[in-house]
Design a protein around this ligand. Structure first.
Ligand code: N01
Length: 505
């Protein structure tokens, strides 16, 4: 990894490009930000994208079966509806194509530098700007917006002997499409949202599949279907109809927050639905026991699938609950001493969410990285700004995540908030804008207060929603329209601004 970065550095041109705004990443967040900048008439910006196309997580997660578990009418930009979604829940290729289409429609490709992985972003307090080093050259930006996201960097499990494995190892977020799994003995580690999609997709063609489960997920039916020519024509002719459908989907999903964050007893019917789904699809009592969760539904992300249980019930499949003791060059050994010969290891083990790699690379005014500042807890103002990091805005930052509805809604809220901040800077002639420690503390308290009593803290499971101190640092713990209300205007009283003229001369 280091050598790749060093090699790219050596190849990069020696020039430093100056821009008003640098945006990191071109997934939903980065593209949404770029469009917002355009809408505000800010053209002096660049999008730094480490990949070679737009799309972010929807470019990278191309494993077989990858799809969205939020309906496409909701999981899309409100200002760029797509009447032509082929299914109610779209698959990865359609969402990736949608994002590429949005980039083209808003003529954003020219604003991108592809192959530009941010290796360091350092605040220069004297010059009042961010010095950004990337694998494709250096940049100076007055404002830095990170749209790197939380599901960007795959997490690889630290299992003894994994480095000795002689077969193919692939993470779901880094799929080797050229590798043919036909007839192979495959081990899948993990049973999260990615695993329950990839296992049914590959199970019919592999020789055997062993699913190594640490914690069983709660799974409810997936109400997916192809869209009809009639509804596509209707949406094209009457965009208001699609908008109304979107609104209804939003309201229906928002209702889940009542159960998860307000009154956990309301989750009982959802858990009953999941249990009935499981019992209908899994006949074998031993397997049923193995895949039945022992925590309250909603504590971890509720998964949706109609083919997960049939896939793990198939004659060539096995759910292994014994726990992995070690990995050898040609096998996986569990703690009960059983050794299963294995050709390919599929790691469906998730992402670095509470230990974001980008946080190690962003250094603020006092020389400490975001990761160092956050060592005792990820504090922010509105999930967007951090004291000591002037002119830095985070998209999909701490406590902006949602498990029950569309992240795009949250992203649009945040992007508008950043837009308001940039507007205030322009109107007031500010060189810097920085949130206060007091604002962060108040926001931390708000998050703690709203998280108390939620299923995420009290549902009897461990999850990456919580940091190592057991605090919710990932999810927005309330209705998403309240987050939108909180970010509609800039809370100017929570910021200190430095006028431009003070920096001149
Ligand atoms: O990752 P995860 P994911 N040994 O972290 C297990 C989004 N997403 O890629 O639960 C053994 O949820 C771990 O076990 P446990 C969505 O936001 C969205 O599946 O920690 N097992 C778990 O089972 C989602 O929430 C869609 O006990 C190990 C699994 O690996 C997020 O991505 C589709 C282990 C990891 O599950 C991440 O989902 C797909 C170890 N050392 C993903 N380490 C949509 O449809 C981890 N595990 C929108």
């Amino acid at each position: 990894m280091t050598s790749t970065i060093e090699k790219s550095r050596a190849e990069k041109p020696g020039t430093v490009r100056e821009v008003h705004v640098a945006v990191i990443g071109s997934g939903f967040a980065g593209l949404g930000m770029a469009i917002q900048l355009r809408k505000q008439g800010i053209e002096d910006f660049v999008v730094l994208e480490r990949g070679h196309d737009v799309g972010g997580t929807w470019r990278d997660n191309s494993y077989p079966g990858a799809a969205c578990d939020v309906q496409s009418n909701l999981y899309s930009f409100s200002f760029a509806p797509n009447p032509d979604w082929p299914r109610t829940y779209s698959e990865q290729p359609e969402i990736f194509a949608y994002l590429r289409g949005v980039a083209d429609r808003y003529e954003l490709r020219d604003k991108h530098v592809f192959g530009a992985e941010v290796t360091a972003a350092t605040w220069d307090d004297a010059a009042r700007r961010w010095d950004v080093e990337t694998t494709a050259g250096d940049f100076r930006a007055k404002v830095l917006v990170s749209g790197a996201g939380a599901l960007a960097d795959p997490s690889y499990p630290d299992i003894p002997g994994i480095e000795t494995f002689a077969g193919t190892v692939m993470h779901t977020a880094r799929w080797y499409h050229e590798h043919d799994l036909a007839g192979e003995r495959v081990a899948v580690i993990g049973t999260g949202a990615s695993a329950i999609q990839v296992v049914p997709a590959i199970q019919p063609r592999v020789g055997s599949i062993a699913v190594y489960q640490r914690t069983p997920p709660w799974v409810i039916p997936r109400g997916d279907r192809p869209t009809t020519p009639f509804e596509r024509a209707l949406y094209r002719r009457f965009p208001a109809v699609q908008k109304a459908v979107r609104g209804a989907l939003y309201a229906g999903r928002e209702f889940l927050v009542f159960g998860m964050a307000k009154n956990r007893r309301l989750l009982a019917p959802v858990q009953k639905l999941a249990r009935t789904h499981l019992e209908r699809q899994v006949r074998d009592p031993q397997l049923r026991a193995a895949v039945t969760p022992d925590y309250t539904i909603g504590c971890k992300r509720i998964l949706i699938s109609n083919d997960w249980y049939p896939a793990v019930s198939a004659p060539n499949a096995e759910v292994v609950t014994a726990g992995i003791a070690e990995i050898r060059p040609h096998s996986v050994v569990t703690r009960d001493g059983v050794e299963r010969p294995t050709d390919t290891l599929v790691l469906a083990t998730g992402f670095h969410v509470t230990d974001l790699p980008i946080a190690h690379r962003i250094t603020g005014r006092d020389g400490r990285s975001l990761a160092e500042v956050w060592d005792e807890g990820m504090v922010t103002n509105r999930g967007s700004t951090v004291a000591g990091f002037p002119n830095l805005f985070l998209l999909v930052g701490p406590n902006v995540g949602v498990g029950h509805t569309s992240m795009v809604y949250m992203i649009e809220s945040q992007v508008a908030y950043v837009g308001e901040a940039l507007r205030a800077m322009a109107v007031e002639g500010l060189a810097t804008l920085e949130t206060t420690p007091a604002a962060q503390e108040a926001y931390r308290e708000l998050i703690a207060q709203r998280s108390a009593g939620t299923v995420w803290l009290g549902g009897g499971c461990g999850s990456w929603y919580l940091d190592r101190h057991g605090h919710n640092t990932t999810l927005w713990p309330d209705f998403t329209f309240l987050f939108r209300r909180l970010t509609r205007d800039l809370d100017r009283e929570n910021y200190v601004g430095t006028p431009e003229r003070e920096t001149a001369g």
